[in-house]
Write a protein that binds this ligand. Structure first.
Ligand SMILES: Cc1cc2nc3c(=O)[nH]c(=O)nc-3n(C[C@H](O)[C@H](O)[C@H](O)COP(=O)(O)OP(=O)(O)OC[C@H]3O[C@@H](n4cnc5c(N)ncnc54)[C@H](O)[C@@H]3O)c2cc1C
Length: 295
């Protein structure tokens, strides 16, 4: 890597000019001004507060599977959680650090014959990103299995049980209030390991069959509008394969926008704009992007 240390706050070294495309699944976007990969939750909190101390905008990045940075870059600090990945199993509960991948947490559940996280096995995000988004698939959502979340609210580290937290469709207290998820505890049920793994295999096969997993994307580009499916509306608007530059409405699943190679964030914004306009003209339904573009 080619970055140089330029800033030290709260004892944390921030690195300079990191290409964001290397850290997001869409493989597009500009340069991040300051970048840091904390080794502990404490360091993450210090990095976040430290950035604010020097009046720099700060944001947390999980596995980057729902995020794209503007081509013009992000003039602030990005705190990557990729090294915060401990997972511990205690009876029917699993506690995972915010950077742990959901696939690993779900595998740990299967190893311990715990059922409930099968739906999450194929979601490529981190625990923090998934709690923030209240990620879900195949009838399951994070909030169904969360027992509690430990987080930093900008001043203090707190733990709240999930029933004291707000979770909606692809939103949560964390997305609304900017709180940082440090770890999460999942409450699961005893199951049969073979059945749990069988369910994971079945869902993985469905994904492979329906989704363009071979190309960079952020998964579903749009939220599900009430009473409709975004992918079906886009397909029925004749937009399968519709392309702007190197960004394309997937030929395999119209709900996905894929990067054909070298696509830019500007092309992504433009294709989102055109899809939204065309679907609205044809069906009177306003699509809302699920992809988070950071400017
Ligand atoms: C092929 C593919 C399939 C997908 N399938 C699904 C699916 O079935 N269901 C689904 O819901 N999503 C799906 N997604 C989207 C994505 O994986 C989820 O939204 C996931 O929860 C994002 O997690 P992440 O760690 O990658 O988040 P990131 O993209 O890193 O971040 C997303 C948002 O969360 C915030 N964030 C990240 N970590 C933290 C933290 N520790 N504390 C506070 N905020 C944080 C970020 O600031 C950002 O605003 C898919 C994506 C791809 C590429």
């Amino acid at each position: 890597m080619s970055y140089t240390t330029i800033l030290q706050v709260n004892g944390i070294e921030f690195l300079e000019n990191e290409p964001s495309a290397a850290h997001v699944s869409m493989k597009a976007g500009g340069i991040i001004r300051y970048f840091v990969i904390p080794k502990s939750a404490r360091e993450a909190v210090h990095a976040f507060s430290g950035a604010r101390l020097v009046a720099v905008r700060a944001m947390i990045l999980g596995n980057g599977t729902n995020t794209v940075f503007a081509d013009s870059g992000f003039d602030g600090a990005v705190i990557s959680t990729k090294e915060l990945k401990e997972i511990t199993v205690d009876g029917n509960e699993i506690t995972a650090d915010c950077g742990a991948l959901l696939s690993r947490v779900a595998s740990a559940a299967a190893d311990a014959s715990l059922t409930g996280l099968e739906f999450a096995h194929g979601i490529p995000g981190s625990v923090g990103g998934a709690v923030f988004m209240n990620a879900g698939a195949y009838g399951g959502e994070m909030k169904d299995v969360l027992k509690s979340v430990t987080f930093f609210d900008g001043s203090n580290v707190k733990t709240l049980s999930a029933d004291k937290l707000f979770f909606g469709y692809r939103e949560s207290d964390f997305s609304k209030k900017g709180w940082i998820v440090l770890s999460a505890t999942f409450s699961l049920k005893k199951g049969e390991e073979g059945e749990i793994r069988g369910k994971m295999r079945e869902l993985a096969a469905k994904r492979r069959e329906k989704q363009p997993l071979e190309l960079p994307s952020c998964g579903s580009a749009f939220k599900r509008p009430e009473g409709h499916f975004a992918g079906k509306l886009i397909e029925d608007a004749g937009l399968k394969g519709f392309t702007v530059g190197k960004m394309q409405v997937s030929e395999k699943h119209a709900g996905f926008i894929v990067n054909l190679g070298g696509g830019t964030e500007a092309e992504l914004e433009e294709i989102i704009r055109q899809i939204t306009e065309k679907v609205c003209d044809k069906f009177g339904v306003t699509l809302e992007p699920e992809i988070r573009i950071i400017r």
